[in-house]
Design a protein. Structure first.
Length: 426
């Protein structure tokens, strides 16, 4: 059987966890392939709400195997807290959760360095979550101080690595940022303890996933953040530190591209963004505040208010192209139920030029004014609807126009946070 990918098609926060949770019923294995605890995925099942930062969203389905792949940077404390919370809520992870032995580990000095860098007058303020993700990926790429999960299982090796790493990081903290040095002993002791507690879950996850595919099982790859936050294809430098696009699923999970069958891009029926960077269709003032209030748009990880704006089709077109989207999962359609009039961004005007494609240069994007197409709203509730033909005609027209502008068909529509508040179209 094939592997399928579910990823964010905008700037993150599109509702991927709800879509992954819904699609998990048809999958055998769910694997998270990039990012870290900077991504919060919210799942609502009945009266139970869970915000995942480390464990794949599919863990709330009994009998499903969940994997954290090699492309993820792991915060052991966050992961162990989530495991404990899941167990407390009646969701067992024993024998069905596995962690890649070669995934890299987020250390306390990564968080301190990230915070110091964001506050420095000489650095570009990206608007990070402060979870240490960027510095952890930096150590991974530089290769001199990266700590992997397998290192946590070898106390002697871990002590040697951390003594060297903490000494090097203290040089930066004290001499560059003028901060107090970190004490090595407590950090080493804590991470040896984390290794002992995580040991039952550690595995060669690439082998595990490929074996599952060889046995005819379906693997669902769960992405974090969104396409426009990709380190290569996003609005650089206001991006994350990993490849959030479809190619990242192969490298971050350890499976070949010939095993991928479908790529589902999750997008809201409008657009949001957290952190700094250009946002052409952003609504400021009362309009933006109203959309934020209707959608309860506050970050699951940081609690920060999200920037809100109209749907931007140019973003979806670049996402369709880069990811090879086979379909779109359209979320939060119900948030627009009270809007009398809607706008769709269909392109940009930059000086005397009209642009249909999303510009890669952030300075050009900053100068872009959106070109809008107006549509009538439906001013009727949709949360109870389970068939496309039962949506108000104006809502049907809005969905069809999004598919047309985005150059990819819509395969499902979410009209609420609950698992069953979903309209399948394929």
């Amino acid at each position: 059987m094939p592997a399928n990918i579910v990823l964010g098609a905008q700037w993150g926060d599109e509702g991927k966890a709800k879509v992954v949770d819904y699609l998990t019923s048809a999958a055998d294995v769910v694997v998270r392939y990039q990012g870290g605890a900077n991504a919060g995925h919210t799942v609502v099942t009945g009266d139970t709400e869970f915000i995942f930062h480390a464990i794949p969203s599919g863990i709330m389905h009994e009998g499903k195997i969940c994997v954290v792949g090699n492309g993820v940077v792991v915060d052991p404390a966050v992961m162990l807290d989530e495991i404990a919370e899941l167990e407390a809520k009646g969701f067992s992870v024993a024998n069905r959760f596995f962690l890649s032995q070669v995934a890299h580990v987020v250390m306390p000095y990564h968080k301190v360095l990230e915070k110091a860098g964001e506050e420095s007058e000489t650095s570009v303020a990206i608007g990070t979550t402060g979870r240490g993700i960027g510095p952890a990926y930096r150590d991974k790429v530089e290769r001199s101080h990266g700590v992997r999960v397998m290192d946590l299982l070898d106390p002697a090796r871990l002590r040697d690595k951390l003594r060297a790493s903490i000494s090097a990081k203290n040089e930066i903290l004290t001499k560059v940022f003028g901060q107090e040095p970190l004490e090595a002993g407590p950090i080493i002791d804590a991470y040896i303890g984390y290794g002992q507690r995580l040991a039952p879950y550690v595995a060669d996850t690439s082998a595990l996933l490929n074996q599952a595919l060889d046995q005819g099982k379906t693997v669902l790859c769960e992405g974090a953040q969104g396409t426009l936050l990709d380190i290569d294809h996003g609005t650089y430098p206001y991006v994350t530190s990993s490849n959030t696009t479809a190619g990242g699923a192969c490298t971050g999970a350890g499976i070949g591209p010939t095993r991928i069958a479908e790529v589902v891009g999750v997008t809201k029926a409008y657009t949001t963004r957290v952190g700094n960077g250009p946002f052409p269709t952003e609504l400021l003032g009362e309009e933006g505040e109203r959309l934020r209030a209707l959608g309860r748009e506050f970050g699951a990880t940081t609690g920060r208010p999200r920037r809100c704006g109209w749907f931007d089709a140019a973003i979806l077109r670049v996402s369709t192209r880069i990811n090879g989207l086979t379909s779109i999962a359209l979320t939060r359609l119900d948030i627009l139920d009270q809007c009398e009039h809607l706008k769709l961004g269909i392109g940009y005007r930059c000086g005397d030029q009209v642009l249909e494609e999303f510009p890669a240069d952030p300075q050009v994007l900053e100068q872009c004014e959106p070109i809008y197409e107006e549509m009538a709203g439906w001013c009727a509730p949709t949360t109870h609807v389970r068939r496309f033909d039962d949506l108000p005609p104006q809502a049907q027209a809005y969905v069809k126009r999004i598919a047309e502008l985005s150059r990819a068909p819509v395969s499902l529509i979410s009209v609420g946070p609950e698992r069953d508040a979903t309209i399948p179209l394929a």
